[in-house]
Design a protein around this ligand. Structure first.
Ligand SMILES: CC(C)(COP(=O)(O)OP(=O)(O)OC[C@H]1O[C@@H](n2cnc3c(N)ncnc32)[C@H](O)[C@@H]1OP(=O)(O)O)[C@@H](O)C(=O)NCCC(=O)NCCS
Length: 165
């Protein structure tokens, strides 16, 4: 991990971000989506702030994290949903944890009080890294959507900031 650093995501990271996104989707336990969006669609869906990439010693992007609003209602203005994806070749080294900790610090500094996410129960690495980062399971949605024709459950996770009051 010594050579991994995190910096704000830039537009010129688009190709790497979308390639890592597609590799995660292809692995089969990341999302109901099967095809990564265009950069324009990604850019429109994610908040402009709180976007980060992890970069290795060769200055190669090996992971990313970003958030989307969960509602247009003011009462939920401080509730976001995040996505985190790490290049398969860089997994198991703490990259996602570093990105999550960076996201937590960035969102708390902006007054965002809750980060949520939906994770397939089969995605053990994701459940583990989120638990370690202070997320708790708030429930499981049963057979809530089809993925490659198969109904799948989704574990709902949230992290309520202890510092944003
Ligand atoms: C989930 C994902 C982001 C994790 O990234 P990562 O950089 O490998 O994660 P980290 O190394 O920081 O932490 C992974 C943790 O899970 C643990 N883990 C890994 N595989 C595991 C498994 N099969 N069972 C249980 N725990 C596992 C690791 O030991 C590590 O725990 P640790 O804190 O004790 O070291 C990565 O696998 C990924 O990009 N997957 C595809 C996209 C995806 O599913 N994103 C999450 C959806 S929001």
């Amino acid at each position: 991990m010594a050579d991994i650093t995190v910096r704000p995501l830039r537009d010129d990271d688009a190709d790497r971000v979308l390639a890592i996104y597609q590799a995660g989707l292809d692995a089969g336990d990341a999302s109901f989506e099967t095809t990564a969006p265009t950069w324009a669609a990604f850019d429109a869906a994610k908040l402009p702030a709180h976007r980060f990439v992890a970069v290795d010693g060769n200055n190669t992007v090996v992971g990313w994290i970003a958030v989307a609003p969960t509602s247009g209602r003011t009462v939920y203005a401080g509730v976001v949903e995040h996505s985190v994806y790490v290049d398969p070749a860089a997994q198991g080294r703490g990259v996602a944890r570093l990105l999550l900790d960076t996201l937590i610090a960035s969102t708390e500094a902006a007054g965002i009080w809750t980060i949520q996410s939906g994770v397939f129960p089969e995605n053990a690495a994701s459940l583990t890294v989120h638990e370690r980062a202070g997320f708790r399971v708030i429930g499981v949605r049963e057979r809530v959507g089809r993925h490659h024709g198969r109904w799948r459950d989704v574990v709902l996770l949230e992290r309520r900031s202890p510092v944003v009051t």
